[in-house]
Design a protein around this ligand. Structure first.
Ligand code: ADP
Length: 190
């Protein structure tokens, strides 16, 4: 089973991805985490992307697609991936489709976590005190929310055509959201 989860910054993608990965034995592939690791490890790529990430812009489709391919092409993760924060643009959604086809895989469910800008601001300011992410301040959080809104509609339309899209309300309690997602995944597991 391969699952995609997306939503605005602060929607709880990471939290719910961890839950899904544990419960259904999947590998959590977070493009945000992969990119932050490059910065932390001071790689060449890390130095190229740090200012982009810290300003709330999106890294190029090519860079993230290359990162993703390493996992999709690896048999260890075959049909066991939860894509957390990818795709974010129509180009990325199409790239992912092609990549999965190339490696004889497919997406089984797409989850969209919906939360309002008000909630995003509140959660990111809370998270700022715990995680110290360079892009978790109010100004950049709003920018990230805007980047999400700007790019995501074609992605949503793309997945609506496939009947794989499930919209989950991300405003309720973490455990309530996990329960809903767990039920949705159980229903396709057979
Ligand atoms: P959030 O969704 O809460 O902003 P992420 O950890 O998912 O946090 O992403 C942090 C940043 O990493 C994004 O603002 C963007 O710069 C970069 N990023 C992550 N995933 C992608 C992606 N699929 N395409 C382009 N940029 C990405």
């Amino acid at each position: 089973m391969n699952i995609v989860i997306f939503g605005p910054p602060g929607a709880g993608k990471g939290t719910q991805s961890k839950f899904i990965a544990n419960k259904f034995n999947l590998y959590q592939l977070s493009t945000g985490d992969l990119l932050r690791n490059e910065i932390k490890n001071k790689t060449q790529l890390g130095s190229e992307i740090s200012s982009i990430i810290n300003s709330g812009e999106l890294v190029s489709d090519e860079i993230v697609s290359n990162l993703i391919e390493k996992f999709v092409s690896n048999d260890t993760y075959k049909n066991q991936i939860i894509f957390d924060g990818y795709p974010r643009t129509l180009i990325q959604a199409k790239n992912l489709d092609n990549l999965l086809k190339k490696h004889k895989q497919k997406i089984d469910m797409v989850l969209k976590l919906s939360v309002s800008l008000e909630t995003v601001k509140k959660r990111i300011l809370e998270r700022q005190t715990q995680e110290k992410r360079a892009d978790d301040n109010e100004e950049i959080a709003i920018k990230r929310y805007e980047m999400y809104e700007k790019n995501i509609n074609p992605v949503i339309d793309f997945y609506k055509q496939t009947n794989l899209l499930k919209v989950v309300n991300g405003e309720t309690a973490i455990s309530e959201i996990s329960n809903e997602i767990g039920g949705l995944i159980e229903s396709i597991k057979g």
